[in-house]
Design a protein. Sequence first.
Length: 227
Amino acid sequence: MRKKALIKTVDSELSRRKPRRPAQRRARRSTNDILNRIVQAATEEFKRSGYTGTTTAAVARKADVTEAQLFRYFGSKANLFRETIFKPIDGHFLDFVNKHPPVREPGTSARAMTALYTTELQRFISEHSQMLISLLVAQTYESGDSQPVSEINSLRAYFDHGAAMMRARIKGKPRVDPDLLVRVTFVTVLASIMFKSWIFPRDLASDEQITSAINDFVMDGINTNSQ
């Protein structure tokens, strides 16, 4: 028995002294890989939890990076939001404006052209309403930021283009400044679509009737300077 106990003790000591294998080190990630991981994780988190519900810690865990790495590349949650939500919506809007410029095609009445454009604008806003709502929330919570997330360059280009188109149709001094009118027109469509379920009860009107009513309202507003 003593011999067996001695052998067991020696084996245990040898096992303890046996050098351990070094932990396998993870391959070094490239900067692009880290950035892509963070952006992808942030996109999923912002869409799932919204701006206020998303934390940088959750994004870092999902991306399998540290928060220090996240802040090193993006600086703040607001900057990360711009990269993942703000830039894509800017790109989507610019693409929409390029495909549907607010200009009258030859042989098409002004009313028909406006109705077509406004209908397409309603569809576009509806498709991206969640991203636009996220932008509004982010602006509310980051109002003191030096680079407001509401600054959409392609939207500003649309306003400039629309105002120029209105001025070309006006003879004399306009009743309403075209720069103001084009913005009021846009926000009418924006609010009507983004808050559609709040404003229009299901038994009030069909989607087609709502679309038509918005188009008529926009057209009457634009014609304010033509009267």
